[in-house]
Design a protein around this ligand. Sequence first.
Ligand SMILES: C[S@@+](CC[C@H](N)C(=O)[O-])C[C@H]1O[C@@H](n2cnc3c(N)ncnc32)[C@H](O)[C@@H]1O
Length: 249
Amino acid sequence: MPDRPSSPDENLQKEFNRWAEAGEGEKMERHHLDITEKTIRLMDLRPGERVLDLGCGAGWATRLLARLVAEGPEGFGQVVGVDVADEMIRRARAASKDFDNVLYAWGSAQQIPWEENFFDKVLSVESFYYYADQERALAELFRVMAPHGRLFILINLYKDNPYSLQWVDKLKVPVHARSEAEYIDLLKRHAFEKVEAQRIPDDTPTPDDYQTTSFHSLEDLRAFKRIGALLLMASKPDLRNPAPGYTIY
Ligand SMILES: C[S@@+](CC[C@H](N)C(=O)[O-])C[C@H]1O[C@@H](n2cnc3c(N)ncnc32)[C@H](O)[C@@H]1O
C-alpha cells in the first residue's frame, strides 16, 4: 500500500514541532510581545472571563491572559490554549505549572476541541494565516464562542503590509496572504458582527547590528514594524448555536 499523503494539519504539526524543538516557541515572545500587549489592552478582559488562545505556541500569551482573568468579584476566569503542534503544547504545559486557571489542549483550529457557546474572548496571535481552511476555522470559532463573545485575530502577514510578503517563500508550509478588506468580508460572511480592523505597529527598536534573514534589509524590517500587524476584531451575535449554514465536522 502506498503511504497516505500527509494532511495539511499533519504538515503544520510537523513543521511547528520542529520550531518548538528549536526553542522558537519561547523566542516568539520577543517578536510578538509589543503587538500582543497592545491587543490585550483592547480586549478589556475581566476577572471571571473564559478565554481561548488559538495557536498558543509555547503559551507565554496564554499566561498573560490567565493573570488578567484570574479570581475576582465576578468569579474565576479560565484560559484555554490550543495548538496543532503537540511539542508546543508540551512546552506550554511545562511552563504553566504555577497556574491553576490555564489548560492546554492539543488540537487544530479546523476542529477546536471544545464545547459550544463557551468563550467570552478569543485571542489568536500570528497563527490564523497558517490555517489550511480559514473558513472552517471561522465556523469553529463561531461555534465555541459565547453569544456576544469577542474575537481578536492578530496577523503579521497580509497584503497591505508588502514587507511581510518577503517571508512567504522562506516558510516551509503554505500560508494565506489576504488583504484587510478580504478578511473583513470573510468575517462578515461567517455571520460575525461589529467587524473592525486596526493596524498595530510594533514600537520595539531594531538595533543597527540586528541580523535578519526574513527581510531584505533592516530598513525593510523597520518599515514592516511601522506599518504594523493587522488586528481583526469581531463579535458573535446573540445566538446560542453555530452560524447559519454550519457543517458538522
Ligand atoms: C508563529 S506561531 C505563533 C505562536 C504564538 N501565538 C506566539 O505568538 O508565540 C504559529 C502557531 O500556530 C500554530 N498553528 C498553526 N496552524 C494551526 C492550526 N491549524 N490549529 C492550531 N494551531 C495552529 C502553530 O503550531 C504555532 O504554534
